[in-house]
Design a protein around this ligand. Structure first.
Ligand code: ZN
Length: 173
């Protein structure tokens, strides 16, 4: 009898905890984790990690994590055609960092952060100032900013608030 009573009390506590957990989950925006790989760009691992860290410091709805099953894969090119990414704008893509563009003086961390911006759904805005990541090469080699501005961060935060599934209509470009 005592055991049953204790069990009933324990179940009641468990039920209360469960309700609290569900409430906490409902109040917090879901976080999407995107894995990236830098093994294909061995010359720029440090800069790629910094670029990802810059995004992680700016937004909370989506996290860039190195390793695992990567859906964002970095590679190096050396053809002078510029860095670029092929991406669905929803966290899946290949990013190519052009060694000749780096040799011209463009900051690698800024390039990596810019291309990650495309993978997070942002379009180019070459006419923008250096304070914008998505102005890319527009402001020239003197621009080394690798941090999204407030509007860019807000856009990504908003887009990923519900997971930004690939089936959504929103497009990078
Ligand atoms: Zn771009």
């Amino acid at each position: 009898m005592r055991y049953r009573k204790a069990l009933a009390a324990s179940l009641a506590v468990t039920a209360t905890l469960a309700v609290q957990l569900v409430t906490a989950t409902a109040n917090a925006a879901p976080v999407t984790t995107l894995h990236y790989s830098s093994t294909g760009a061995p010359d720029y691992v440090t800069q790629i990690d910094q670029a990802a860290a810059n995004w992680n410091a700016a937004v909370t709805d989506v996290r860039l994590v190195k390793g695992g099953t990567a859906t964002i894969v970095f590679a190096e090119t050396d053809d002078g055609r510029g860095s670029y990414t092929n991406t669905d704008g929803h966290g899946h893509g290949r990013i190519y960092l052009d060694k000749q563009q780096v040799a011209e003086g463009f900051a690698v961390t800024r390039i990596a952060a810019h291309e990650l911006g495309h993978n997070l759904g942002l379009p180019d805005h070459y006419s923008g100032p250096c304070s914008e990541l998505m102005s890319g090469h527009g402001p020239g080699t003197s621009c080394t900013n690798a941090v999204p501005d407030a509007a860019e961060a807000a856009k990504v935060q908003q887009d990923w608030a519900d997971g930004f599934a690939a089936g959504d209509v929103r497009q990078a470009e």
